[in-house]
Design a protein around this ligand. Sequence first.
Ligand code: AMP
Length: 288
Amino acid sequence: MSRSVALPPRVVRALPALRRAIAQFREAGETIALVPTMGALHEGHLTLIRQARKRARRVIVSIFVNPAQFAPNEDFASYPRSLTNDLAMLEGIDAVWAPAVETMYPQGFATQIVPQGPAKAGLEDTFRPYFFNGVATVVAKLLIQCTPDVALFGEKDFQQLKVVTRLARDLDLPVKIIGVPIVRERDGLAMSSRNAYLSAAERTTAPTLYRVLKDCATRLAADEQIARVLDEGGRAIEQAGFALDYLELRHTESLGKVESADAGPLRLLVAAKLGRTRLIDNVAVRKR
Ligand code: AMP
């Protein structure tokens, strides 16, 4: 029996080589999709990539653990890095853009994008004040470097998706930003590279976050009082052993606070630490 052999992805580490690859695609009249990642790939990333394949002839996956989006006390040094493994998962991808930190931020680098609007919604930004400046700057660079027609981002990082969408619009970047629904483990835990940090006991507890989110979403959709649902949901998360950063009901588009479940479409967003692992998740709140 013959098996077709998928080609290993071409790993590009320098800008001139990236530009040459992109020029070849463009000369052939091909469209390009970009999937930005920090590596340690899992099924969530692969889902983004499958969506990308449907939307463009060529797919570029970037792998770059961006130091600019980590605060000094965060996990930049310990963030899982597994390029060999990642590349094995990327067979058939047209190009993997994996610049070194010095390539992305050469000596003398002195420019930063400081997003406002959704980046100041009082969610992730409250707990990670450096985060969106770092994300916006690196995503702008990735979009300019790769000149994709479409770029795909997960709803897992819901506020990030809003920030990136606004960034592309505000800077007139000729790219369509596409959000992809959250991919979950069988027990409901949102897939994340950081799940690798969880101990066996923590891994058993971790799906509680999604269970509480779903329960709260059902109650909110049934018009229970918002403050009470969020208060009880927050306590359930803490009783399970998490340190809660936030559990917030927001408008899906603006991420603004809402007073009533009729202000929809609505999103319920959570961030909480389990031991040393910070988990985030979110669900839509849909009124019947
Ligand atoms: P990361 O490597 O964690 O920076 O993620 C790269 C991209 O994959 C981001 O757009 C994330 O939102 C997305 N992503 C990560 N985990 C998931 C997931 N479980 N479901 C959907 N998208 C995800």
